[in-house]
Design a binder for this molecule. Structure first.
Ligand code: FES
Length: 132
């Protein structure tokens, strides 16, 4: 185990959350997307989410962040899980669900899941506005 993994584990990240963070799952951009949003949370960290949607179902999801390990692991877990979901299902995901996807995150990092939740909700709103 690397020093980084040890540090993350000691601070309360689960193995799964550490893997998401180290493997940078779904970190990137979609050059053409059906939905896009940028959101800065109260902590000052920023996330950007891109979605491609077909018949109301999320087909692709990528994100970028200027943020902490909590932001990156949450973004990875969330974008991985929403692929294959309808927009309505994805819209219902709350912080507890994201913590469940991660399998554990330090208490002081729980708010980081809110950054990914809010950014996703903004991206879904963007999709709906584009369709109107
Ligand atoms: Fe801001 Fe983690 S401290 S998202």
């Amino acid at each position: 185990m690397s020093e980084m993994q040890d540090l993350l584990k000691e601070s309360g990240y689960s193995e799964k959350a550490i893997e998401y963070y180290l493997n940078k799952v779904n970190v990137g951009e979609l050059s053409e997307s059906d939905a896009h949003a940028i959101y800065t949370g109260p902590c000052g960290d920023t996330m950007e989410i891109f979605l491609n949607v077909e018949d109301g179902v999320i087909k692709e999801a990528k994100f970028q962040a200027i943020g902490c390990a909590g932001a990156f692991s949450s973004g990875s877990a969330l974008t991985e899980r929403i692929i294959g979901m309808t927009l309505e299902e994805a819209e219902q995901i709350d912080e507890d669900k994201i913590i469940g996807y991660l399998g554990g995150i330090p208490n002081q990092k729980v708010h980081c899941t809110c950054l990914s939740k809010r950014t996703l909700q903004k991206a879904i709103t963007d999709y709906k506005e584009r369709k109107n």
